[in-house]
Design a protein around this ligand. Structure first.
Ligand code: 6R9
Length: 655
């Protein structure tokens, strides 16, 4: 590896990427974490995590750090008691930081709201009193489908305060998707808004949730925040306005202590089958790793930094790095409601300039979009406050990494490429700013206290330079505790592939470089990654075949310059259905309605046949070749070897 300062031409090829960026000594001198942390944690992993758990305020001390006797079901900080919301809010007020801004909220139309920790305590207490007044008790599930408004964060924290289990459903998910998530978790209450701002205009929200809750027997109340002021349908006795319910509540709420393993939330994510998995997280271990990683990976200095994570609270990144990690650490952060190009393409840079944002955490798909919009846009703004840049959601290509560093980070801000999953709860693999010599495109090394390996099919660790599957070979505090209502699926999905070794199978391909640093190579299962969102091929296929004109469908993720992968669907139509543009449009819209606009296929290609093996498995590899305009690969395992010619010539005819 050569060390250089980044002038070399952008290489967009992981296998030849060799640039290395050593940390600035001045940064290293003041960094939150030292190189020695790795060895220290390695020497006694449990002692290391116990020390990190002391970042939190506990009401009762634990008697055991880790109980792994029921593996793969872990218990961390056994016997310990705490209240997660008190840790994220009250204790900062008690420590004299009540006047510190917790949230600089920026609405899409330009309205703003600064919320101090003292004000946050009042809002969360009132919301907790309101939810308790609905008869909810610890352990009950509350569904939340909301845009990025402060009330969404108040709701999550109020649930945590009462021991209610929240299930946040991304605002872009369809009524059908919301309904199945509500049913699976049997949520008693749904919190939503009348509407939401999307690209400068109000769009409906409650219309969709009404469609969902028309068929959800478990929902007793729907709490509605007024955001856009648009007209909504109202179901008397069930619907209640947030302001009617919350505004008059007492500002004091006495919190209860909950067990470290008390469930905190469920978050649904796509798996390899059509049915999303309700990933379960608990309290003490989750908050410990959220707080530690936010402190270590972003080098957070709560007194001086202004932090901004651009994720939506509907995803795990929003849970851990907008709500729980930063607030547990007493950070000041920006929360932005809208899209990055509303009202103009410099919106993010304008917000960074205005709030002097020092830590910015976003996704590769957005970085590539910024690249497309042009470097002259960020150049118009003062970005000199930025000192740490983060990336999450998918592998970042070296070209985008270098652009991010040069045009946003002025060639000096360290970039942390953070690998983790809904299931891991918090960051697992990432460089540490001030410690790691960074490499464009590599997440590099498991954090102190975390262990990850790249192994072959037999579970044997591959040599430096070799590739295979990413596994996590030691339990970690914020690991998922199961899949809601389906312990068998939990074992099957994550623990059966390397049952003998007891490894957690992450579903990602990875390789070691010559230094032993880890490079993530994308999913190895049927999960696509579109703009950092996980969508399963099966989920989209089921949506397509649910349409009366479709006989059969096969879906692949094809490389896409902006979104990482784009969804390409191959469909066989029924009988007399016509293979024309209007059918294609109908099918794309149908998928958007079934799952949500993020799952809308980039292309729908009508074909007469699909390539299958003799055992009837669709050979997606060959379809991916077609979707990516490549020479079609090895077809010898096809039941009918002429199928690919038929598909290719059929596509040419219809082009
Ligand atoms: C946090 C989050 C998880 C999947 C994961 C992997 C991909 C996330 C990555 C990355 C390479 C990174 N992924 N971060 N791949 N480098 N820095 O995104 O959770 O939505 O559950 O997705 O995303 O494929 O398995 P989630």
């Amino acid at each position: 590896m050569t060390e250089q300062s980044g002038q070399s031409p952008a290489l967009d090829n992981l296998s030849t990427e060799s640039r290395v960026f050593p940390p600035d000594p001045a940064f290293t001198g003041a960094a939150n974490v030292r190189e020695g942390a790795y060895a220290e944690a390695e020497a006694d992993r449990e002692a290391f995590w116990a020390e990190q758990a002391r970042r939190l305020t506990w009401d009762a001390e634990w008697s055991q750090v880790l109980d792994w006797s029921g593996a793969p079901f872990a218990k961390w900080f056994v016997g310990g008691k705490l209240n997660v919301a008190v840790n994220c809010v009250d204790r900062h007020v008690e420590a004299g930081n009540g006047d510190r801004v917790a949230i600089h909220w920026v609405g899409e139309p330009g309205d703003t709201r600064d919320i101090t920790y003292a004000q946050l305590k009042v809002e969360v207490s009132k919301t907790a009193n309101a939810l308790a007044s609905l008869g909810l008790v610890a352990g009950d599930r509350v569904a939340i489908q909301m845009p990025m408004v402060p009330e969404a964060i108040f709701s999550m924290l109020a649930c945590a305060r009462l021991g209610l289990v929240h299930s946040v459903v991304f605002g872009g998910f369809s009524a059908a998707a919301l309904r199945s998530r509500i049913d699976d978790a049997e949520a008693r209450v749904l919190i939503t808004t009348d509407g939401q701002y999307r690209r400068g205009a109000p769009a409906p929200m409650k219309d969709g949730t009404d469609e969902a809750t028309a068929h959800t027997p478990s929902i007793e109340k729907v709490v509605v925040v007024r955001r856009t002021g648009s007209d909504v349908q109202w179901t008397e006795g069930r619907d209640v306005w947030w302001h009617d319910l919350v505004d008059g509540q007492p500002e004091e709420h006495t919190p209860e202590s909950f067990d470290a393993e008390h469930p905190l939330f469920i978050l649904y994510t796509s798996g390899t089958t059509g049915k999303p998995k309700g990933i379960q997280h608990t309290s003490g271990g989750y908050l410990t790793q959220a707080a530690y990683t936010h402190h270590a990976v972003f080098d957070l200095k709560p007194e001086t930094d202004v932090y901004w994570c651009t994720a939506d609270i509907g995803w795990i990144t929003g849970h851990t790095y907008i709500v729980y990690g930063p607030l547990a650490n007493g950070a000041t952060q920006v929360v932005y409601e809208g899209t990055p190009n509303t009202p103009h393409e410099g919106r993010h840079w304008e917000i960074i300039q205005q709030h002097r944002v020092s830590i910015y955490y976003t996704a590769p798909t957005l970085i590539r979009t910024f690249m497309k919009w042009g470097a002259d846009i960020p150049e118009k703004y003062d970005l000199s406050s930025l000192r740490v840049l983060g990336s999450v959601g998918e592998p970042i290509n070296p070209e985008a990494w270098v652009w991010y560093r040069e045009h946003i980070g002025r060639g000096t801000a360290p970039i942390v490429d953070t690998w983790w999953q809904t299931e891991t709860g918090a960051i697992m693999i990432s460089p540490l700013p001030g410690v790691t010599k960074t490499k464009p495109g590599s997440a590099q090394r498991a954090l102190p206290g975390i262990s990850a390996k790249v192994v072959d099919d037999n579970g044997v660790e591959v040599a430096h330079g070799g590739g295979g599957y990413l596994v996590l070979d030691k339990p970690w505090p914020s690991m998922l505790r199961g899949i809601w209502g389906d312990p068998e699926r939990f074992r099957d999905t994550y623990w059966s592939r390397y049952a003998e070794q007891g490894f957690y199978f992450a579903g990602d391909g990875a390789k070691y470089d010559a230094d032993g640093d880890i490079w993530l190579l994308g999913r190895v299962d049927d999960v696509m990654n579109v703009s950092g969102h996980r969508i399963s091929t099966t989920e989209v296929e089921s949506a397509l075949v649910s349409h009366p004109t479709v006989a059969e469908a096969a879906v692949v993720g094809a490389a896409d310059e902006t979104t990482g992968q784009g969804i390409v669907a191959f469909v066989i139509l029924r009988g007399t259905a016509k293979a024309d543009d209007s059918t294609v449009k109908v099918l794309r819209d149908h998928v958007a309605a079934e799952i949500g606009p993020i799952a809308k296929p980039r292309q729908v290609l009508v074909v007469n046949e699909l390539p299958k093996t003799r055992s009837g498995k669709i050979m997606r590899r060959l379809l991916r070749d077609v979707a990516e305009n490549r020479e079609v690969g090895d077809t010898t395992t096809l039941a009918d070897s002429t199928v690919m010619d038929l598909i290719s010539s059929g596509l040419k005819d219809s082009a």
